[in-house]
Ligand binder design. Structure first.
Ligand SMILES: *Cc1c(COP(=O)(O)O)cnc(C)c1O
Length: 413
């Protein structure tokens, strides 16, 4: 629902928003990093708090008139502390990548050595890829996942850490479906004297919902986006041990950023409030159960799933059994109204632009109320679309069925 003033003031943008709302309403969203925010989150985001400048931190601002804004930032901090059992939280980071830049700035000098997960094995650009600031400023060495098991081999991580002696070890991923051995990473880091940094951008909601293990009490510093499983506004937070609080805060401001986005900070507080409710634990449990149901249904149709299943909200589907690449699969599924993202599989024989897999995630479909039965239907749609990719009639039929299923689970955007 849109404010009448936007429709009058700017019909072009108002029209785009209406059409995008229809797309979100009528299509199945399986992109593992996406979700639907609540109206309460969006109300805070679209509020007059966007008018304020607040460089600095609560009670230590470089601008006047911040007494009320301070209350919003303090609420966001207090709720995040409770949600993740964190000693210190910075809620000003603008997004996941800038949050990670601030973490590196807080703990490292340019050129320092860092150990992180390879992008093509499920890591993130900001964990040392050569085209990203992280790979250009710091000396990243990488660990991968075992191509046989699809799982991170902790012995291998330890071997690389002992040989390379990194100053920091990064654990975290964008496309990995197994639980991470936080204590194992911490033990290796202690052995080589490295800082521990967890990037829980993808799984923060599942941790907040108490469905998977929390690295915050174990690691030195943890970053997360707030817009993925956590179902908040686009943005990020950084959590750390109290002894690192000053250096983390200074890296965010004035190190990386100027003024915080106070409307986003308030929306983060709203999302954390939602995640603190008992219903959020049930929501997180259902996300995982749905991902497992989707994985099982696709395996039963003969597809490969990297690591053979999932412990979290996502799975990487190996399409090698069909004669179709990840890019084409992404496009075919888009024509029937199913959004997915192409993904590499470990030791992918195909190039990154058209890799052998697609990544599927269940946070968004779970938000709209879908359960295991719907996951079986979705697995059917995917299978029929990929096999019938050249048959326009089949694709049109599936598109209609996708829309029908979505209408059974309205978002009421
Ligand atoms: C999504 C993601 C980020 C980046 O977040 P942006 O908000 O897109 O900058 C960082 N790290 C991991 C592991 C992610 O999955």
């Amino acid at each position: 629902m849109q404010d009448i003033s936007l429709i009058q003031e700017d019909p072009s943008i108002a029209g785009i928003i209406t059409r995008e709302a229809e797309r979100q309403e009528n299509e199945i969203e399986l992109i593992a990093s996406e979700n639907y925010t609540s109206l309460a989150v969006r109300t805070a985001l679209g509020s007059i708090l966007t008018n304020k400048y607040s460089e600095g931190y609560p009670a230590k601002r470089y601008y006047g008139g911040n007494a009320i804004i301070d209350e919003a930032e303090v609420l966001a901090i207090e709720r995040a502390k409770e949600l993740f059992s964190a000693e210190h939280v910075n809620v000003q980071a603008l997004s996941g990548s800038p949050a990670n830049a601030a973490v590196y700035m807080a703990f490292l000098e340019p050129g320092d050595k860092v150990l992180g997960l390879r992008l093509d094995h499920g890591g993130h650009l900001s964990h040392g890829h050569s085209v990203n600031f992280s790979g250009r400023l710091y000396n990243f060495v990488q660990y991968g996942i075992n191509p046989e098991t699809g799982v991170i081999d902790m012995e291998e991580v330890r071997k690389i850490a002992l040989a390379e002696k990194p100053k920091m070890i990064v654990a975290g991923f964008s496309a990995y479906s197994r639980e991470i051995d936080w204590a194992g990473f911490k033990a290796i880091a202690d052995e080589v004297g490295a800082f521990t940094f967890a990037d829980i951008a993808h799984i923060a909601g599942l941790i907040a919902g108490k469905q998977i293990a929390n690295p915050v009490p174990i690691f030195d510093v943890v970053s997360t986006t707030t817009h993925k499983t956590l179902r908040g506004p686009r943005g990020a937070i950084i959590m750390c041990k109290e002894k690192f609080a000053k250096q983390v805060d200074r890296a965010v401001f004035p190190g990386m950023q100027g003024g915080p986005h106070d409307n986003v900070t308030a929306a983060k507080a709203v999302a954390f409030g939602e995640a603190l409710k008992p219903e959020f634990q049930e929501y997180s449990r259902q996300i995982i159960s749905n991902a497992q149901a989707l994985s099982k249904a696709l395996i039963s149709k003969g597809y490969g799933v990297v690591s053979g299943g999932t412990d979290n909200h996502l799975l990487v589907l190996d399409l090698s059994v069909l004669n179709i690449g990840g890019k084409e699969a992404e496009q075919v599924l888009e024509t029937v109204g199913i959004s997915v993202s192409r993904s590499t599989i470990p030791n992918d024989p195909k190039p990154p632009l058209n890799p052998s897999g697609i990544r599927l995630g269940t946070p968004a479909v779970t938000t709209r109320g879908m359960k295991e039965l719907e996951m079986e239907k979705i697995a059917n749609f995917i299978d029929r679309a990929l096999k019938g990719k050249d048959d326009v009639k089949v694709l049109n039929e599936i598109k209609t069925e996708v829309k029908c299923l979505c209408q059974e689970f309205p978002l009421s955007l």
